[in-house]
Design a protein around this ligand. Structure first.
Ligand SMILES: NC(=O)c1ccc[n+]([C@@H]2O[C@H](COP(=O)([O-])OP(=O)(O)OC[C@H]3O[C@@H](n4cnc5c(N)ncnc54)[C@H](OP(=O)(O)O)[C@@H]3O)[C@@H](O)[C@H]2O)c1
Length: 326
């Protein structure tokens, strides 16, 4: 199918997308910023295009001889110098124009789960604007609206195992708040048997692992029915934060104490951070929503259509334990 351009290849999701494409024997172009801490996988099938979505010429050059694009880039957890989400719509407009210039035949984009609470998470209205741009562009598209990723939110609960083996963990990007949070909490779950639960811990989410999100994005390139669609993406089960802690207890064979972070505190942090750190406000907004409102996604039909067997929380943890001694 020609080369696939991966935008955001240095991110936690984009790097898995790239690995899966290369494993499938697919020729790829990884679009990465020169400043990125990207270590290219060792593969003859890989070409690296250095550029920045802010720089139209670099995006346009990267689209040369490319027919399919997978885009995971985002500035929800910004690096120094990035403005949280501020320029993201313009950046994606660059990508869309470049795709049109080079007659790209399929653009696959990761967006965020839909709920009535978009207004509480500042990144979400931006994602919706980008969705609109893509849909109106005339480029055949597949937009996935992803639920909370296990790899990221289990790490937020204090699990170090959740990011074991991850080359580019989102939480360890050079953003002061996530780095500080990770420093204080990483390993609490495995080492001290303490799980941090947003809200009262009883609210349920259809957590999905990044490996499965990447598998859907890659498979969308070859499934004809995937085009012109927005697809909600969740895991195979809907678990409360407390249920997740119970699975950890079972897998590790030890008692886990549950420490809830009240929704009122998360909301207060969200509001306090608003004038100080828009990215911080967004992170608190995400935790506030995910700790307060149940989200459910029935994946039965989509996982059958894509022939992808979804990974549940137990399998995710056992897989990590098997691969990385703990
Ligand atoms: N976490 C969740 O539960 C969840 C759920 C649904 C959807 N999502 C969405 O999934 C997407 C991917 O997540 P992730 O964890 O992989 O994010 P991530 O680790 O923060 O990666 C972001 C990627 O975007 C790249 N990027 C940012 N600005 C760029 C620019 N101007 N030009 C080129 N590349 C740029 C970054 O490159 P550098 O290395 O150069 O910074 C990095 O590769 C995000 O948009 C996120 O909102 C997340």
């Amino acid at each position: 199918m020609g080369k696939v351009l991966v935008i955001g290849a240095s991110g936690q999701l984009g790097s898995v997308v790239l690995d899966q494409l290369l494993e499938d024997g697919q020729e790829c172009v990884a679009f990465v910023r020169p400043s990125s801490r990207f270590i290219p996988p060792d593969s003859q099938l890989l070409q690296v295009a250095y550029g920045d979505l802010a720089d139209f010429i670099s995006v346009d050059n990267a689209c040369e001889n490319v027919k399919k694009v997978i885009a995971t880039a985002g500035s929800s957890v910004p690096l120094r110098g990035d403005k949280f989400m501020a320029d993201e719509v313009r950046h994606y407009q660059h990508l869309i124009t470049a795709c049109l210039n080079h007659k790209v035949e399929h653009l696959v984009y990761i967006s965020a789960f839909s709920s009535p609470y978009d207004g509480l998470i500042s990144a979400f209205p931006v994602k919706r604007q980008i969705e609109q741009l893509i849909m109106m562009s005339g480029i055949p598209y597949t937009i996935f609206r992803g639920a909370a990723f296990m790899d990221i939110y289990y790490a937020v609960m204090g699990s170090r195992l959740a990011i074991a083996g991850v080359s580019q963990p989102t939480l360890l990007r050079a953003f002061w708040m996530t780095k500080l949070y990770s420093k204080l909490t990483s390993g609490l779950l495995e080492n001290y048997g303490i799980a941090l639960l947003p809200g009262n811990g009883k609210v349920k989410q259809p957590f999905i692992c990044i490996h499965d999100v990447a598998a859907f994005m890659v498979k969308a390139l070859v499934i004809p029915t995937a085009k012109w669609r927005i697809i909600e993406l969740g895991g195979p089960e809907t678990l409360s934060w407390s249920d997740v802690a119970d699975v950890y207890a079972d897998v590790f064979g030890k008692k886990i104490s549950k420490l809830t972070i009240p929704s009122s505190l998360l909301n207060a942090c969200r509001l306090v951070l608003r004038p100080l750190s828009p990215a911080g406000e967004n992170i608190m907004g995400s935790l506030y929503v995910l700790g307060l409102y149940d989200i459910a996604i029935d994946m039965t039909a989509v996982s059958e259509e894509f022939a992808i067997k979804l990974t549940n929380t137990r399998q995710f943890l056992l897989g990590k334990l098997k691969a990385y001694s703990y």
